[in-house]
Every structure is written in structure tokens, then in C-alpha cells.
Design a protein around this ligand. Structure first.
Ligand SMILES: Nc1ncnc2[nH]cnc12
Ligand SMILES: [Zn+2]
Length: 344
């Protein structure tokens, strides 16, 4: 298939994004604008030089730059602008549902209150729902390089907003910070009614995926690339329909894989795993949803059936109501059927 045709098909698919860090959608242009109005000097002299700095050899090298970029976010309006820019971008790519992460500790640790962060984000999400018709869920992520005690403080700070936060996640430096480190705070989060997800098996071993399932009791795994090395784990994921939220351009940018044609998503689909595709930190890795679908489909020669399955899985694995899932999945199926008709 021609690249332009593939891109056009991908553009038209109604999509759900389930793995997106709002701080990772901070485009250099907006970063400069906000830095200027907050009178903060960035360690870069131009947007071009920021983009030049975005070359990573591993997750930690990326995280150092990602946390530095977030330092310019100070006021409610900054968090609104960040979130709104993301929503307008994905709206242009026909994303109709998002489940987004934010990292409260990245902000509260430098004196920005939890209230400021969540109010800005939530106001933009609500506007996205009414103006762009994008439904949403909000996931608060604990930083795993910090202590479990610090995560407990974040849980406590979140409680006044418990009705607008749907779940908790676990992100940041994976190696040496296994899921088991956060057993108690995940248990306490579940007791507050939060849904549970965790990054696992991005750089870390398949044992971390087991821990996320057995100890943290998460219902989705963010990344999970490493599962294929473990047959029993694959069986568990398939039997229990546990979704993996994969981020292909992130995996290449952070050298989790050396080339897109090594990406495990096709093998995962073949084995019956509920694989889904997302962008992770699009401003840093150079790809939003369409680019992630496109680069993966091109490098792995995915069939239209496989692309359709990925889009269906995105809604299936979401936290939407059963009736909303059914509607969106119906839309995806109708869309692919309409492509077949045009091809005849
Ligand atoms: N890919 C990633 N892995 C872990 N933590 C993150 N925080 C933002 N992006 C992340
Ligand atoms: Zn992530």
C-alpha cells in the first residue's frame, strides 16, 4: 500500500489514546511561550536547539530532560494550556477518547500545589469534552524513583479530587524500582476507588510485569514489551484479557528496540494479546497517535485487519462504559467496512 493511502486510512480511524503523559506532550514552542511569561530562562537558546537535545540512549536520559522541561509549569493556566494543546492536536487526528497521565510529584516537589495542577488539567479536559467531543479519564501517576511514603502523600493530596481522578499509575525510572516497592500505596489507592495501572516491562524484566499483576493488582500494563520472553506470562495476559498499552515511537526513541521492525506488537496480536497503540510522550519522541500507527504498520507490514484490531482493542481496554465501548467499536468496524466498499 502507498504511504499516503495508509496515512489517510489511519487518519480516518476513530481512536482511543490510553497511554499519554501530559508533561510529555509539552511541545518546545509552548514551553518557550510559557517560560517567557513566567520569566524563566530555559537552558536552550532556540526551539531548534531544544529539538537537538532530544536524543536519548535510554529511559533515564529522557526522564532527566522531561522533568527539566516541566519546571516552567507554574500556574493553573499553564496546565490548562498544556492539556488544551494536546487535545486540539489529537482532535485533528480523530482521537475521540483519551485516558491521560499526569505526574503530581513533578510539580508538588517544586512547590506547585496539587490544586493548581489538577484544576488546570481538568478545566481543559472538560472543555475538550464539550467543544471537541473528546471523552476522557484522568490517571494520577506515582513516580517510582521516589519513596512509597512520598506516593502516600500524593494519594492523600488527591483525595479532595477523588471524584475526577479515575485511576493511579506508576511511572519514571523502572530499573531498580520494582512494582513491589509500591504494594501498600496501590492497595490504599484501590481502597479509595481508584483503578490501577502501572508501567512495567518497558526496560525492566518480565518479573516486573508479574509483580504489577500479582502484587499491585493492576488491570492494564503500560508498555509490557518484555512479556514475550515468558510463555506463562503470555498465557496469563491472553486468558485474562489484560491489555498492554504499547508506545512504538517511544520504544525506538528510548532504544528499548533498535528499529521499528523489531517491535513486538505484531507477534503480540498473533498470540492473542490485547495489544493497543499510543504515543507516551509525543513532544519528545516525534509522534502522536497517527504517527505511531503509521510507523508501526509500515515497518511491520500490518494488515488492515491487524490495524482494525489495534483500534478496537484501544476502546476495549479503555475505562469507558460498556455501551460507549460498543458504540466506538461499532464505528471502527463501520469505518473499515466502508474502506472495503471503496476498494471494490
Ligand atoms: N516512557 C516512560 N516510562 C516511564 N516513565 C515515564 N514518564 C513519562 N514517560 C515515561
Ligand atoms: Zn509512559
Amino acid at each position: 500500500m502507498q504511504s499516503t493511502e495508509l496515512l489517510k486510512i489511519i487518519q480516518g480511524i476513530p481512536k482511543a489514546e490510553l497511554h499519554l503523559h501530559l508533561e510529555g506532550s509539552f511541545e518546545p514552542e509552548l514551553m518557550f511561550e510559557i517560560a517567557k511569561r513566567n520569566k524563566i530562562t530555559l537552558p536552550y537558546d532556540s526551539i531548534e536547539s531544544v529539538k537537538q537535545a532530544y536524543k536519548f540512549n535510554n529511559l533515564q536520559e529522557f526522564l532527566d530532560i522531561y522533568y527539566a522541561g516541566a519546571q516552567v509549569l507554574l500556574h493553573e493556566q499553564d496546565f490548562f494550556d498544556l492539556t488544551w494543546a494536546y487535545l486540539t492536536k489529537v482532535h485533528s487526528q480523530n482521537v475521540v477518547h483519551v485516558e491521560v497521565f499526569f505526574d503530581p510529584q513533578t510539580h508538588t516537589d517544586r512547590g506547585v500545589s496539587f490544586d493548581v495542577v489538577i484544576k488546570g488539567i481538568y478545566r481543559a479536559l472538560e472543555k475538550g469534552k464539550s467543544v471537541l467531543n473528546i471523552s476522557f479519564k484522568l490517571i494520577m501517576s506515582y513516580l517510582r524513583h521516589l519513596s512509597e511514603e512520598a506516593a502516600f502523600e500524593t494519594l492523600e493530596a488527591s483525595l479532595p479530587y477523588k471524584d475526577i481522578i479515575d485511576g493511579v499509575g506508576l511511572d519514571s525510572s523502572e530499573m531498580g524500582n520494582p512494582p513491589s516497592k509500591f504494594e501498600k500505596v496501590f492497595k490504599a489507592s484501590a481502597a479509595q476507588g481508584y483503578k490501577l495501572v502501572a508501567h512495567a516491562g518497558e526496560e525492566g524484566p518480565s518479573e516486573y510485569i508479574w509483580e504489577a499483576l500479582d502484587i499491585l493488582k493492576v488491570e492494564r500494563i503500560d508498555h509490557g514489551n518484555r512479556c514475550l520472553t515468558d510463555e506463562a506470562l503470555v498465557k496469563r495476559l491472553v486468558d485474562e484479557k489484560i491489555a498492554l498499552t504499547l508506545c512504538p515511537t517511544s520504544n525506538v526513541a528510548l532504544k528499548v528496540i533498535q528499529h521499528m521492525n523489531e517491535h513486538p506488537v505484531a507477534k503480540m496480536l498473533d498470540q492473542g494479546i490485547m495489544a493497543t497503540i499510543h504515543s507516551d510522550d509525543p513532544a519528545y519522541f516525534g509522534g502522536y497517535m497517527n504517527e505511531n500507527y503509521y510507523e508501526t504498520a509500515k515497518a511491520l507490514n500490518l494488515t488492515l485487519e491487524q490495524i482494525q484490531q489495534l483500534a478496537i482493542n484501544g476502546f476495549e481496554a479503555s475505562w469507558l462504559s460498556e455501551s460507549s465501548k460498543k458504540k466506538h467499536i461499532g464505528d471502527v468496524i463501520e469505518y473499515f467496512k466502508s474502506l472495503d466498499l471503496q476498494g471494490e
